[in-house]
Write a protein of this length. Sequence first.
Length: 402
Amino acid sequence: MAAGIALHLAGHRVEIFDQFDAPRPVGSGLVVQPVGQRVLDWLGCGAAARALGAPIRMLHGVEARTGAGTLAVRYDAAGVGLHGLGMHRAGLFEALHGRLVSLGARVVPSSQVMASSADRQGRWLQMADGRRFGPFDLVVDALGSHSPLSPLVSRVLPYGALWTTLEWPVTELPDDRLTQRYVAAHRMVGVLPIGRMPGESTQRAAFFWSLRHDAFAGWQAQGLNPWQAEMRDIWPALSPFIAQITDPAQMVLARYSHGTLRRPYADRLVHIGDSAHRASPQLGQGANMALLDALALARALDAAGPQDAPALYARMRRGHLMLYQAFSRFLTPQYQSDSRALAWFRDRIVAPIGRVPPFDRAMGAIASGLFIPPLGGEPYANGQPVPPGWAMDAPPAPMLQR
């Protein structure tokens, strides 16, 4: 939807193919980081997102057994007024979908894409029911981690997480931060304020528990009581959250993987979001990377035709993606692994360094998605320099006025 909005605003005729009978959200909570909020503002739906989300001013975590301060990242250390935005995916969906509908972009429902092919006329899409659409000047693959159009083979990580959405109860936990507790690196439980669902006034929380994939069947078999007792032992303040979990079916297992396409495009085909790159959610950057991809693609098409824009888009995003993928690979095993040595390194080396200047500012910038310019790369297309408005701090007016 973000790509559809960005391309429509840039003056292109856009068709969106959605596999559902009617567009709807899937998933639980996420954080739209400051960089992602800037993209939403560019798209014209930032205010709608903030009306539903919850401001997140800090990322905070403690080792449950030792009391070591494992995580303490303040967004405003990287810039006055910076904060994350905790949201349910339904809230982000509502903000984007409302903007998409208001622009009149065409959405074709009940369309499960199975394959794509190109000829002299352009690129075509083949649906599961036999329908064929096209030709298109450019096909944008935003089908996610299971895209049939993407050649990406990612490395599945041993740990994932059980997720659910709960009401935010009467609790001592702050409602402006992601709060977590750890036991070494093999146990992690967290609570994220995510604002409210569309059409509701109740404040919600995303609740998650780190779990190995191969332990999921055992977790289901043991029932809720032993698991809830372990959580209360790790973190007694969780009681009002735990009381809302009465059925194992409330918890959904999310699986994580790492991988990046070296060349996220082909002839009149470009991959964005999880179709092009995947990482664990330790940095909370997944949705933000996808939003940046959408904006970068629209701006690449401003400077080049559909044949050349995908390569320019890839260059614009390459440096930012490579750095954040490296951060993710470095941090993930410190929070989700069976290694006690890595947990010790996290608590005794990484965490203390991250609390002192200038590293506290660097940590805030990393969390914000602003550690380096997110739309970098070689700023040239067809020998012409990229317009200066491509800088992330530039006002969005030129694109939004089109």
